[in-house]
Design a binder for this molecule. Structure first.
Ligand SMILES: [Zn+2]
Length: 267
């Protein structure tokens, strides 16, 4: 496949995470994004909208500045905020193409997207999930380059979803695997990134959000013996080459770190 000479592509990203609004990604998977950066991967964040208007913000400029600061705290390599409309975000051909163009330009191997509905929160999240799923597919479609500013096709290898919000139980999804990512070393960094959104969270509300996020991440982490973790769903079942090592390692972590009594139960 050849790229037209006039198109200059940036250095590729390994992972692109997609949210509907600036702050979605920080709350749901900010720790993992920071951890992936520490592990040497090139990480990008995409917000489909600028998230404005909102009650406590002076306008899009403030929100964009907060997003920039949060990305800096997490250490990610790129943050792109698209200009799709907040509050009336809909899965459509045009929105799919907008996001697919980002994928074709930055050529990630892995995409992280929103999982499922977020009851009592913005319906943009559900739409964002559908847009992301479709854009991953659109990214690889050939004989259609004119729809994507002649950007070359790109095949994304894996699509993984994160639950967003505090009302999702993390119940099992058919055909997926649940994974807990260890964010023990990055929980504080994640909380700092959330604090960057002063227009969204301040005073009592900020304390409430930080307490809830911390508790949720500590709870998910405890399942696997980490001091903090984030939950993901993969789009396929995960295979292991060494069942003994993988399973035993998980149990060892749990007993060593948290003394949950598994060792005594196994006697
Ligand atoms: Zn949101």
């Amino acid at each position: 496949m050849t790229t037209p000479a006039s198109i200059e592509l940036p250095e590729p990203l390994d992972i692109i995470a997609v949210g509907a609004h600036p702050d979605d990604l920080e709350i749901a998977c900010g720790g993992t994004l920071a951890q992936l950066v520490k592990q040497g991967y090139r990480v990008g964040m995409v917000d489909l909208t600028d998230g404005e208007p909102t009650p406590g913000s002076s306008g899009p400029e403030q929100r964009l500045e907060e997003a920039r600061k949060a990305a800096e705290i997490l250490g990610v390599h790129e943050r792109i905020t698209l200009t799709l409309p907040n509050r009336k975000l809909f899965d459509s051909f045009e929105t799919r193409v907008e996001l697919a163009k980002v994928f074709r330009r930055y050529r990630p191997s892995m995409v992280l997207g929103i999982l499922e509905k977020t009851p009592l929160a913005s319906p943009d999240h559900w739409q964002a999930m559908q847009i992301t799923d479709a854009a991953v597919f659109y990214s690889r479609l050939c004989k259609w380059d004119d729809q994507f500013d002649n950007l070359p096709v790109h095949r994304i290898r894996s699509l993984t979803w994160y639950p967003l919000g505090f009302r999702q139980s993390g119940a099992e999804q058919v055909g997926t695997s649940q994974v807990i990512a260890d964010i023990s070393d990055c929980l504080d960094q994640k909380l700092e990134a959330i604090k960057a959104y002063e227009s969204q969270f301040s005073g009592e509300r900020l304390e409430q959000v930080l307490t809830t996020v911390r508790a949720q991440n500590q709870s998910w982490g405890a399942i696997c013996g980490f001091s903090a973790g984030e939950l993901f769903y993969t789009s396929h079942l995960l295979g292991v080459n060494d069942l003994y090592r993988t399973v035993n390692h998980a149990i060892k972590g749990t007993t060593d770190n948290l003394e949950l009594g598994i060792r005594s139960q196994n006697r």
